[in-house]
Design a binder for this molecule. Structure first.
Ligand SMILES: [Zn+2]
Length: 303
């Protein structure tokens, strides 16, 4: 799953320009280059990220470095976004996080997911939200400041809920989005709206998308964990929810179909390939397999 482990984010260093400079000048420090959201990956039996030395970065000005954190060995890891596409570092090729995320080890996955989320935010927020002027990077890449009005802008994370709904027979509700390939099924999901609790978002999204009413008892919506999902900037909050009533009526817009699956039905469908569930990189699969009780065969993943 994404976001398995992280560096020490060392937030105190971000506001210490001298220490930032010292880490950037340290040949032991490491830099992860990002090219339009893609990562430099050495393919093979055990794919891994290629990290280079700050000295290898010719084009990056000091203001364009982003401190991801410090490793167990005390070495700093920076992220630098390429302004223009260039060759990937020797031996590696540019690869999307969706493609490689599940194959990376815990440390690389943690670095990659943070780097991609931060890079996505910088790429899509170059201007001040107040006055429209171009902003500049500050605090080790974790803030953008407006030189005009002094306002500060912080990386954005959008909370979303993702939930496996279970009925009284302990069947699982899975949906098929209209834009997906035939046979792809997953848990329901949706964004938390302003002023809404995550639990209320679970109930609202399930009702809107499937017509199923989730129980009103606090125990009917149980939080099970979260996962950063930087496509482009979500934090997925995972739940199991208990259905109280309702008949499946899909909205026909987002969801084309929703179905109740017993464990036997889902195992049979995953085994013969008529149904495929999301890849092990996703919290959706964790929620499904937590209900099922053990790993299931087959998967799908968007490119
Ligand atoms: Zn401004």
């Amino acid at each position: 799953m994404l976001g398995r482990a992280t560096l020490d984010r060392a937030a105190h260093v971000r506001t210490d320009p001298e220490q930032l400079d010292a880490l950037w000048a340290d040949p032991a420090s490491q830099v992860l280059l990002i090219d339009d959201g893609r990562l430099p990956v050495v393919d093979g039996e055990r794919p891994h990220l290629t990290l280079v030395s700050p000295a290898d970065i010719q084009s990056a000005g000091a203001s364009e470095r982003h401190l991801l954190g410090l490793g167990d060995d005390g070495r700093a890891v920076f992220m630098v976004r390429l302004a223009e596409t260039a060759d990937a570092p020797a031996g590696s090729s540019w690869t999307g996080l969706r493609e490689v995320g599940v194959a990376l080890d815990d440390r690389d996955a943690g670095i990659a997911v943070t780097a991609v989320a931060l890079a996505n935010w910088h790429a899509s927020h170059p201007h001040c939200a107040r006055c429209g002027q171009p902003t500049v990077i500050a605090e080790g890449g974790w803030v953008r400041q407006c030189p005009d009005d002094g306002s500060e802008h912080y990386p954005r994370t959008d909370p979303a809920v993702i939930m496996l709904v279970r009925d009284e027979d302990d069947r699982a509700l899975l949906g098929h989005q209209s834009v997906w390939q035939d046979g792809w099924f997953s848990t329901l999901a949706g964004f938390v709206e302003p002023g809404e609790t995550a639990e209320a978002a679970v109930r609202r999204e399930v009702l809107e998308e499937s017509g199923i009413l989730v129980g009103s008892d606090p125990d009917d919506v149980v939080y099970l964990g979260s996962q950063p999902w930087p496509f482009p900037s979500s934090l997925m909050l995972g739940f199991h929810a208990r259905a109280a009533a309702g008949t499946i009526i899909v909205d026909g817009v987002e969801l084309a179909e929703a179905r109740w699956f017993s464990r036997d039905e889902l195992l049979a469908a995953c085994t013969d390939g008529s149904v495929r569930i999301p890849s092990p990189i996703s919290i959706a699969r964790r929620l499904i397999e937590r209900w099922y009780g053990e790993p299931l065969p087959g998967s799908w993943s968007r490119p």
